[in-house]
Design a protein around this ligand. Structure first.
Ligand code: INI
Length: 161
């Protein structure tokens, strides 16, 4: 039986894009810090990390698509914070960003990681951005590393062998 799993080590020469929403920057800057910390502590050089800012989470998918299609990155880590407000705007942003990231990953074949928080309250977001519930930016970056390594091991498209 052969098993495949991605290691949590920096793949040689691989670059990672950290795509961050400026909206709720108080939270997203903490996610970004967690993601950079996770990547560098797993051996990724700072020279291989590129940070891209989008205005809000809603804009993340179109920017992720450009980054993924460029062929420059082994993974795109999407970081944002969608926090419920007084209207249902939150629901539309949360639905579009999560679906959009998934579509970009499937169409491009590049791991696009969903590190966008969807929270009922600011307190929940703080908890997930480096307080009680850890740092979801670090988790997302670790998932990108694992996926980059996993996809390098898997057979390329082309049918059974
Ligand atoms: N963007 C977020 O990243 N988080 C939010 O909580 C949020 N809310 O609730 O409004 C939000 N809105 C902005 C949105 O992402 C777009 O930038 C804006 O609608 C312009 O297209």
């Amino acid at each position: 039986m052969k098993q495949y799993q991605g290691q949590l080590i920096a793949p040689a020469g691989a670059k990672f894009a950290l795509l961050v929403s400026r909206f709720n920057e108080f939270i997203t800057s903490k996610l970004l810090g967690g993601a950079i910390d996770a990547l560098t502590r797993h051996g990724v050089s700072e020279d291989d990390i590129e940070v891209v800012w989008a205005p809000g989470s809603f804009e993340i998918p179109v920017v992720a698509a450009r980054l993924a299609q460029s062929g420059r990155y082994a993974g795109v880590v999407c970081l944002g914070a969608v926090i419920r407000g007084g209207t249902d705007h939150y629901q539309y942003v949360a639905a579009e960003v999560s679906k959009g990231i998934s579509v970009v990953a499937l169409r491009s074949g590049v791991p696009c990681i969903m590190g966008v928080l969807t929270c009922d309250t600011l307190e929940q977001a703080v908890d997930r951005a480096g307080a009680k519930s850890g740092n979801k930016g670090a988790e997302a970056a670790t998932a990108a590393l694992e996926m980059a390594n996993l996809l390098r091991q898997l057979p390329a498209d082309g049918g059974e062998s």
